[in-house]
Design a protein around this ligand. Structure first.
Ligand code: SF4
Length: 362
């Protein structure tokens, strides 16, 4: 644990805060894309420690939260097919779709099973050769390589009963969509550390080049995040926007080529529907035609019916960064982690859950 402790050292954090305060002369607002960053920022109270000139705004970086209700409804319709085993990561279970959640479907008899990796889902398919096993592919660039690997493995083994409902999403196009919309004034972006380990820091160069604001890729410890904020303040003050890699112990400019090649072998980029952002060009991954027999969307062409959003829930705006959870009239009143109304309160990476858990109140 000594290695991680270095990134939690109070003296280092204090020194970075002093640097930020000394350098910051005008108001700036930075968006942390990633839900992991949001939770770290709240957990360590970093918002409150920053000088009043520096504010942070949470973005759409929670894969569970940005899954559109129409896609959730598709997953629910799949789960209700007789014989189907739907394998999913646990954080999808309680997310409410238009007509209930996977947990509710399971309570009514659907065979929905929680897995901890795609390998678990493959094993499920091997053990149940006469039943279709569908893996619910929800996640960003970090998850997609593991799902691609599972599909390649299924093909190598000749597994006939394994398919994937690919709802994977890509983070740079979503950031671009937020910047293009211009609903929230941003002075810089805190780039997602784990995603950038895969895609490489070069993937964020469009931020300074096209939007003339800086981007700093950050790790998940308090010192990591403060380093990124210090780099952003420095670039904003100097008027020289660039991409700063403050997570160099994990991130390389070119990313993880093996993972990227595997994803490219199995998936192709397409438009994806994001909660809050709507359809975003080139922001999703669909399974290539060469692997079509592993595509649950083709194997089970379902039409789950009209989509309904949770009444009063402002998750869409929270995910775009235009409002914060206390702006939602349901926050802490009818919507709590025990009885969540929207996905941002369900997920361990959700913004509303972070506000609730770490105590910022309206
Ligand atoms: Fe949705 Fe609940 Fe967040 Fe309001 S507090 S935006 S209802 S998840």
């Amino acid at each position: 644990m000594r290695y991680i402790d270095e990134f939690r050292r109070p003296q280092l954090a204090r020194s970075l805060l002093a640097t930020i305060e000394a350098r910051s002369t005008r108001p700036v607002r930075f968006m942390e894309f990633c839900g992991g960053h949001t939770h770290a920022i709240f957990r360590y109270g970093l918002r409150q420690m920053l000088p009043p000139t520096v504010s942070l705004r949470s973005g759409p970086g929670c894969p569970v939260c940005v899954t559109a209700n129409s896609d959730l409804d598709q997953a629910l319709a799949l789960a209700r097919q007789s014989d189907v085993i739907l394998a999913t990561f646990g954080d999808m279970m309680r997310v409410p779709g238009s007509r209930g959640s996977l947990q509710m479907a399971k309570a009514k008899g659907a065979d929905v099973r929680i897995v901890y990796s795609t390998l678990d889902a493959l094993e499920m398919a091997r053990l149940n050769p006469h039943r279709p096993v569908v893996f619910l592919g929800v996640g960003f660039e970090t998850t997609a390589p593991t799902v691609a690997a599972a599909i390649v493995q299924a093909e190598a083994e000749g597994l006939e009963n394994f398919t994937v409902l690919s709802l994977h999403k890509l983070t740079p196009p979503a950031t671009r969509a937020i910047l293009d919309a211009g609903e929230v004034r941003l002075s810089g972006i805190i780039g997602p550390g784990h995603v950038t380990t895969v895609v490489g820091s070069k993937a964020w160069e469009f931020v300074p080049h096209e939007y003339a604001i800086p981007c700093a890729v950050a790790g998940f410890e308090p010192v990591d995040i403060l380093r990124a904020v210090a780099a952003l303040v420095d670039m904003a003050e100097s008027g020289r926007p660039a991409v700063a890699n403050t997570y160099s112990r994990s991130v390389r400019p070119e990313g993880n080529r093996t993972a990227l090649q595997l994803v490219d072998q199995v998936f192709e980029v397409n438009e994806a529907n994001w909660r809050g952002l709507g359809p975003v060009p080139d922001s999703g991954l669909r399974i290539r035609s060469e692997y079509a027999r592993f595509d649950a969307a083709l194997t089970f062409p379902l039409h789950p019916g009209p989509t309904r959003e949770p009444k009063g829930c402002r998750c869409g705006e929270v995910l775009r960064g235009t409002v914060e959870p206390p702006d939602c009239p349901l926050y802490r009143r009818t919507c709590t982690p025990a009885r969540p109304i929207g996905p941002c309160m369900v997920s361990a990476e959700g913004v509303c859950a972070a506000w609730f858990r770490y105590g910022e109140r309206p």
